[in-house]
Design a protein around this ligand. Structure first.
Ligand code: KIV
Length: 257
């Protein structure tokens, strides 16, 4: 029987070259389905703001939003490791602010780890949290909370300088005590170089197949999104199936009139 996933089992899987599977989920039913399908880690991403709450970025998502969805996921899981995104504005001010937000989220939801965006500038915060017993996942490359600064969700690390910065960012987070790092939308070769030179698991999304783990957004894997990122292979087309099912029901009801 599958054991409960922990930070230690994720590291052991990296060392044994066993790819790990992370998936976002935002409610208890989805968490149960993800586990039944064999997912190792459930990420309650602040992507909830865009896929469930109707925002056009992750910026409006609040700590209370994250607590509501993460607590639901924790109620639905038994074995998966649950990571909660720290939302925009809830951790960047200082390590003390990050600790206060993380402690609040961990206490109210029962999740296992928090994730925050940013590289070298966040290393002191990651160290502060790690030294106080909090499991922290980093996130570099495309960092959606910085969309207003970059103006788009395009691939990062395409030129030499940006590529070196992302490499340094990932290694700085590992050095500060992060237990894993998400590499979002960066070239495959850069993701491979980071993965081969870092002592924590890398979790790729749009970063090629060399990473230690892969993560995707629930709606993208299942074909529930209106717009699926180009690097995603949808494994179902549930949005269209749902519209068709509802259309059929609408037609049946109208026929009875
Ligand atoms: O919010 C999220 O879903 C994420 C993934 C895209 C990694 O951070």
């Amino acid at each position: 029987m599958k054991k409960k996933t922990t930070a230690a089992t994720l590291l052991a899987a990296k060392n044994a070259q066993q790819p790990q599977v992370w998936l976002t989920a935002y409610d208890a039913g989805a968490a149960r389905m993800a586990e039944e399908a064999g997912v190792d880690v459930i990420l309650v991403g602040d992507s909830v703001g865009m896929v469930n709450l109707g925002y056009d970025s992750t910026i409006p998502v609040t700590v209370d939003d994250m607590i509501l969805h993460t607590a639901a996921v924790v109620r639905g899981r038994t074995k998966a490791w649950v990571v909660c995104d720290l939302p925009f504005g809830s951790y960047q001010q200082s390590p003390a602010q990050a600790l206060k937000t993380s402690a609040h989220i961990l206490q109210l939801t029962g999740c296992d780890a928090v994730k925050l965006e940013g590289g070298k500038p966040m290393a002191d915060t990651v160290r502060f949290l790690s030294e106080r017993g909090i499991a922290v996942v980093g996130h570099v490359g495309l960092t959606p909370q910085s969309v207003k600064q970059f103006g788009n969700y395009k691939q990062r690390g395409k030129n030499q300088e940006e590529s070196q910065n992302i490499y340094d960012d990932a290694l700085a987070l590992a050095d500060a005590g992060a237990v894993a790092v998400v590499l979002e939308c960066i070239p495959e070769q850069l993701a491979a170089k980071i993965t081969n030179n870092i002592n924590i698991p890398t979790v790729g999304i749009g970063a090629g197949s060399a990473c230690d783990a892969q993560v995707l957004v629930w709606h993208d894997v299942l074909g529930l999104s209106e717009h699926t990122p180009p690097f995603v292979k949808p494994y179902a087309h549930l949005r269209q199936d749902a519209v068709t099912a509802i259309q059929n029901w609408v037609a049946d009801v109208r026929k009875q009139a």
